[in-house]
Design a protein around this ligand. Structure first.
Ligand code: FE2
Ligand code: FE2
Length: 290
């Protein structure tokens, strides 16, 4: 496997990051694109929309990084990690997915659709929309990384095509690593800010509600309208798309893992967390698949 130099600017404390910080990195040449078994996926346009949309959101990470770097400008180690590791990996996720999409569906004008997405979404991506405190924004970042780690876990399991399964595994490992880093920095700020569990929970919930709003709708819309130039994509089309995915989600989305990751910044006593986890997992499954 090709190795890319890896920045190790912040070491995890045993309490906050239990497993790997030093892990293999990867690059696009590690993905066997020529071995893609196209016939297993090419006719399923929902996979096309899902993967092309994900490639847009990931590729735009340079914009998210700029906002976070601005917000955490007094934290030199976090800025270094955001620029040298997080942004590089997120943008690579976008490029890797783009290459997958263009290998299977080569007639798709990715650049034009991506530019449409950037123009539509950039206004929603502003520093002043970040969390009210540094700890709470880090908790929100944990929500986002929970969402991506869970998404690629689902893709890995549900993929009808083996190379996509490999790619999703690589990205999933990165997303879990990102979660651990953000959680680690959350703990550092939380030591000083001492936000209550209630306040952290409220912030997490706010981000959970926001997570699926503008970016995924605008990404799928721009994919759809470039793929089908004679048609306009509406909110009803988006709802129908999500309904079609609900079967995939209910069977393969790792609700239990996602709920554990979401609850972690709240720091509930273990016995309480163990008690409410099954209930919250059931509620999340129900909410996602309705
Ligand atoms: Fe990513
Ligand atoms: Fe990530």
């Amino acid at each position: 496997m090709a190795e890319r130099p890896r920045f190790q600017g912040i070491k995890p404390s045993p309490a906050s990051m239990s497993t790997d910080n030093v892990r293999p990195t990867w690059c696009l040449t590690d993905i066997p694109y020529p071995a893609i078994e196209k016939e297993k996926i090419i006719d399923n346009m929902d996979w096309f929309y899902l993967l092309a949309g994900a490639s847009f959101v990931e590729t735009l990470s340079d914009l998210y990084t700029r906002n976070l770097v601005d917000y955490y400008r007094e934290n030199a180690s976090a800025i270094l990690w955001l620029r040298e590791e997080w942004e590089v990996e997120e943008v690579q996720h976008g490029h890797a997915l783009r290459q997958y999409v263009l290998t299977v569906w080569p007639d798709f004008d990715w650049e034009r659709a991506y530019q449409g997405f950037v123009d539509a979404y950039a206004p929603y991506c502003r520093t002043e929309l970040l969390g009210p405190t540094h700890a709470l924004e880090m908790a929100s970042r944990c929500v986002v990384e929970t969402g991506t780690a869970s998404f690629y876990t689902m893709i890995r399991v549900a993929s009808p095509e083996p190379v996509l399964c490999q790619l999703a595994s690589r990205i999933r490992a990165d997303e879990i690593h990102h979660y651990r880093y953000f959680y680690h920095v959350f703990l550092q700020y939380q030591m000083h800010e001492k936000n209550s569990r209630w306040r952290i929970g409220r912030e997490l919930w706010k981000r959970v509600v926001e997570i699926d709003q503008e970016d995924s709708y605008l990404a799928i819309k721009n994919v759809f309208e470039v793929k089908n130039p004679e048609q306009q994509f509406s909110l009803e089309d988006f709802s129908a798309f999500r309904r079609r995915l609900s079967n995939l989600i209910s069977r393969h989305y790792p609700f239990n893992m996602a709920m554990k990751m979401l609850l972690k910044p709240i720091g509930l006593p273990p016995i309480l967390q163990k008690g409410i986890l099954p209930l919250l997992t059931r509620m999340a499954r129900r909410a996602f698949t309705l």
